[in-house]
Design a binder for this molecule. Sequence first.
Ligand SMILES: [Zn+2]
Length: 256
Amino acid sequence: MILNDTQPACDLLVVSPHPDDAEIGVGGLLAALCAQGRRVWALELTRGELGTNAEPQERWEESVAAAKVLGLTGRVQLQLPDGFIDANDQGQVAAVVAVIRRLRPTWLVTAPEPLRHPDHQATPGLVARAVFLSRLATWQPVSPPLRLHGADALPEAADRWETVTVAHVTPEDGRPSLLFDISAHWERKLEALACYRSQLRRDDGRRATVINDPAFLQRIEDRARRWGRQSGTAYAEALTTQQVPVLADLPTGPWR
Ligand SMILES: [Zn+2]
């Protein structure tokens, strides 16, 4: 079989269980990369149908609005079962493999927080398995049902794909491998988060949740300021990866 490895179709793919996770975790990074003309996609595994507030359609519309604010190249939403993300479910792995082979990312970031949620615990494992199996041309799962923003169709699928780097959003008490200065994009992140009105605002008769408590947004800001202090900037976001950079010279940027 001739392997169709082709070229990357996106520079960064963020894979999260629910609409709003990507912006909460790395909205500033997404805005920064989009502003530099990078091809950035977000993939949500579920429609968020178990959410305390709002139906999936409203949540999809909010995520599309946020994608426009950030300037994402595109956004994909799968229909895996909210609350039951499972790395051992072959159908779920197949769905993620199919999307990875189409978007062909160089970097892939998962958003595991908050760790109290089982979908967030399971997503990095599901992604790790899908990243591995995406390399194997002998398994060719069919494309799953999905919703799409930013393009009429996903790019053509490669027979196999090797994602170069996989990272996840650093948990509050975790140790970052990389810190991204998002100071110039902090306001854009807030603007994107404001699109998720049904999730992050307690007005309009919404039921009270952890994330529509005003203290939640304050926590996001506190964390960005803390990573910012560590990086010598106003605001930063952090990623953790098991991988190490391969260099041929001393890096020019600062290491903190
Ligand atoms: Zn979530």
